[in-house]
Design a protein around this ligand. Structure first.
Ligand code: GRF
Length: 204
């Protein structure tokens, strides 16, 4: 399998999607080299996941940037570049990225969100879905733009909402699908197999 680039992952938390991506790479299902994992939280389990897979893990402390989000993002872009990254996955990254970040990797930043967008963007997607009363939810992988969960959608997967669901049980059912479609969407981008026509992502 030929590598189709170098992946950088930004993560703030437990890192289960990161693990799924690293396993997909190891299993030959995602033809990229894992370049670096960056977190805005020093205690993020994702940093340990990276190190345990032999992938460089870097904590970029937001505090010295005192609310200057663009300056923070330029710092992160610098870290990614130093590791040769040309494809970026936001995997539970709890910050909005700025245009300063996106212009560093045009059309090459993917995010995963645990709802069928455009339903339930932003925080607490599982609670939003249960409160609304939908019978089907799921997850979406999309190309990040300057909005909140608004970019062109690459892949989605649906799961049923069961009567007894709590945010936790629904999240667990959706997470299984996240771990399946995130590597798949990254593979499509890495292999140049999609193109964007307006809001629509189609097979190239
Ligand atoms: C996932 O549910 C993802 O969809 C959302 O944040 C969560 C991250 O989980 N963006 P993990 O850190 O990958 O386990």
């Amino acid at each position: 399998m030929t590598n189709q680039g170098t992946l950088g992952v930004l993560a703030s938390g437990r890192g289960s999607n990161l693990e799924a991506l690293l396993e997909a790479i190891a299993g030959g299902r995602l033809p990229v080299r894992p370049g670096v994992v960056v977190s805005n939280r020093s205690a993020a389990r994702a940093l340990e996941v990276a190190r345990s897979h032999g992938v460089p893990a870097v904590f970029v402390d937001p505090r010295p940037f005192a609310g200057d989000r663009e300056a923070y993002d330029r710092e992160v872009v610098g870290v990614l570049r130093r590791h040769g990254v040309d494809l970026v996955a936001l995997a539970g990254y709890m910050r909005l990225v700025t245009p300063a970040f996106l212009s560093g990797f045009p059309g090459r930043v993917l995010n995963i969100h645990p709802s069928l967008l455009p339903a339930f963007p932003g925080l607490d997607a599982h609670s939003q879905a249960l409160t609304y009363g939908v019978k089907v939810s799921g997850c979406s992988v999309f190309l990040v733009d300057e909005g909140v969960d608004t970019g062109p959608i690459i892949l989605q997967a649906a799961v049923p909402v069961e009567d007894g669901d709590t945010p936790e049980t629904l999240a667990a059912r959706i997470l299984e699908q996240e771990h399946r479609i995130f590597p798949e969407a990254l593979r499509l981008v890495a292999e140049g197999r999609i193109r964007v026509e307006g809001r629509r992502v189609v097979r190239a």
